[in-house]
Ligand binder design. Sequence first.
Ligand code: PMP
Length: 393
Amino acid sequence: MNGIFSDRMQDVPRSFIREILKVTMDPEIISFAGGLPNRAFFPIDELRVATDQVFAERGADCLQYSNSEGLLELRAFIAQRYQEQQGIRLDPEQILITNGSQQALDLLAKVVLNDGESVVVEEPGYLGAIQALSLYRPRYLPVPVHDDGMAVDQLASAVERDRPRLMYTVPNFQNPSGISYSSENRREVAEIIAGRDLLLIEDDPYGALRFRGEASPSFYHLLPDQTVLLGSFSKIVVPGFRLGWIAAPAELYEKLLIAKQAADLHTCNFTQYILLRYLQDNDLDKHISRIIEAYGRQCRAMLAAIDRSFPDTVTCTRPDGGMFLWGRLPDGLPAMDLFERAVARRVVFVPGEPFYTAAGATSTFRLNFSCVGELVITDGIGRIAEAIGEMIA
Ligand code: PMP
């Protein structure tokens, strides 16, 4: 069978996290491994009402084929939100509704990258982006991210040396590390790439989930002609609708639209209608504030338990929002060993390996705090602390 597969499928790994999630379906296991939004906040009653209304108002039309760009009213809602929340002026015609922001990554790579061209990625970086980009066979230029953003010296030399076409960033509450780029770091990054033939992807599914501190301006304010904005309803309404978007300059938009048509004709318009009705009849900000309140509480509980029970030699990030934090074991201790010891104690997380484009053992690991209540968080972190104790004893 091997002979029939395309070259581009050669090096793309299966999603390691999806493999781990299979192991953790067992309800007895405490899981900090997932990357899921908390289902307790899915507005199912409101979505049921919205669904009934869509059927009543639109009848069979809501099940007909639709346009590839997405519903204009939904795109107008997104544009208005950019204006209100971030002072970003966008024409709804610049917004393309995609099948989650995951599809946006695929489409962007498809229209921009030739085989072997260079892409700057964050290290560690979002696994799903690495997987999506890998199908287009890029050469990765991993640039480390630290507590306040990208390592600008490394970025500058990578950009100068390799002339990348794309740069993928998650500047707010990054997956997997939970860090955000400071305003200063964003300015430095923008200075390095300004005027180059390089498109910066700002993927921002978590920006609305801030439970502490002040937002820094989007890259769009610094580099309007080079920035592509990716957004998603997955973390603020529901992921199962698979509704996300790209906001892109006109020329790029044209190409993305062709790629979108070729991929799937259009994003499911039934869920777009339901979401639109939901957004028109409900207060999204109030809904988001309930999510933030819980995630903030859970993050604080996790950090408090870590401060109490992990040795000082294990460090972790202290996110201001989002769903993840990132731990680092003392040098040389592989997080995979900790993972195995943790599984024996019926608690799981994701070891850092899959978030790096280069293979090799790492001492880092990701902890998710969105789905588990405070008591269970405290219990689970205590079990990991025991496992760490056993490793460094
Ligand atoms: N980007 C990042 C950084 C993510 O963490 C995720 C989901 N975990 C996505 C994109 C994909 O989201 P969507 O559901 O919109 O496809």
